[in-house]
Design a protein around this ligand. Structure first.
Ligand SMILES: [Mn+2]
Length: 360
């Protein structure tokens, strides 16, 4: 019986045919026309910053979206880095495995065009996987500065940074690094079940529920132009940050949510942080502090895809905890969001001409 060939196989065949030179002689044991010697492990073998290579989705070196694994930032628009921290969580640990889980789930997006617009975003946007931030878990007080300095090394080359957590505490040293480059205060767009502005008496606590309390107090972010989406936990004082709680989001359209976000941040330099627990535990079970009643992945993707007008200076996706995940559901949600963030940046670069990053 004839089987229908899935479109992604056609994509694979298309890409393979583009890379096969008819003059090459196939090695013994390899089908004629098969240049398998040249395929796979693009993360470490690809010679170009742009374009995509043929990969087996289930095999090979895992970088985010199969981009070059490199610390060479020449010509790079966006660097993706992992911040594998889970010492600041108040409940379930495991986010130290977050970057690994998100990279693993990202492989499918490396071979497909974007949905719904059918873009080959890597033809236009130079993205690399910078690898992970190193810090000494035995010296917790040294970790915030290690993260901040790691980020600065990338940002100071005028490369846009997309960080993969790690628990949400990492956003605090990341904000410091971005403020050092872009000035303060920044606007914050935060997708989350939690506001993370709960007071803490100790500024150097590794606490993933208080870093925005200090970010507001220290003027790293401007609460008057910042907004939190999907909140469904209580705080006596949200410190002036606008809250679109989960109930509000469920009662309004995606377009209304987008309009509220855009009106709040305007054209201010904005840091986007997406705590995966903004999603309902049904859509993101693998996380440290899950809360029922959250957004669906469809809602979140619908909102994110329309947030193009915002003047982004940095982004992160945090709180993915693979040990509590099932079939990498949560990793897939995070990888999808990360891919969509890159689509936004690609469109800002190519269509809006408003992407001012890129190392030379
Ligand atoms: Mn949270």
């Amino acid at each position: 019986m004839l089987k229908t060939i899935p479109s992604r196989c056609l994509t694979f065949a298309y890409r393979a045919s583009c890379r096969w030179k008819s003059t090459e002689t196939a090695p013994t044991g390899v089908l004629p026309g098969d240049n398998s010697e040249l395929r796979g492990d693009g993360a470490i073998r690809r010679s170009e910053l742009y374009g995509s290579t043929v990969e087996q989705t289930y095999a090979g070196v895992l970088s985010f979206l199969r981009r070059n694994y490199t610390r060479n930032l020449k010509g790079v628009d966006v660097a993706v880095t992992g911040i594998p921290l889970d010492l600041a969580t108040t409940y379930r640990p495991g986010t130290r495995f977050g970057p690994k889980g998100i990279r693993e789930a990202s492989v499918q997006f490396a071979e497909l065009k974007s949905y719904p617009d059918g873009l080959e975003i890597f033809e236009d946007l130079a993205v690399v996987d910078y690898g992970d931030c190193w810090f000494d878990l035995g010296q917790p007080k040294s970790i915030p500065l290690a993260i901040e300095n790691h980020a600065k090394k990338i940002i100071d080359r005028n490369v846009f940074l997309l960080s993969l957590g790690g628990d949400h505490y990492i956003t605090y040293p990341l904000l410091k690094a971005h403020v050092a480059r872009h000035g303060k205060p920044l606007s914050l767009v935060q997708f989350d079940a939690h506001c993370d502005t709960w007071p803490d008496k100790h500024p150097d606590s590794l606490n993933h529920g208080s870093m925005f309390y200090y970010a507001v107090k220290e003027g790293l972010i401007d609460p008057k132009t910042s907004i939190q989406i999907g909140i469904r936990t209580y705080n006596d004082d949200f410190m002036g940050v606008k809250i679109l709680d989960a109930n509000w989001v469920h009662r309004h359209t995606i377009e209304e949510v987008v309009a509220e976000i855009q009106n709040r941040v305007g054209n201010n330099p904005t840091y986007l942080t997406f705590d995966i627990d903004c999603l309902d535990p049904a859509f993101a079970p693998g996380t440290g502090t899950p809360v029922c009643g959250g957004l669906t992945t469809a809602q979140a993707l619908g909102i994110v895809r329309q947030l193009r007008s915002i003047n982004y200076v940095g982004m992160d996706i945090v709180e993915v905890s693979p040990p509590y995940d099932h079939a990498n559901v949560t990793g897939l949600a995070a990888a999808t969001l990360g891919y969509e963030f890159l689509v936004l940046l690609r469109n800002k670069k190519v269509i809006d001409k408003s992407f001012t990053f890129g190392a030379r």
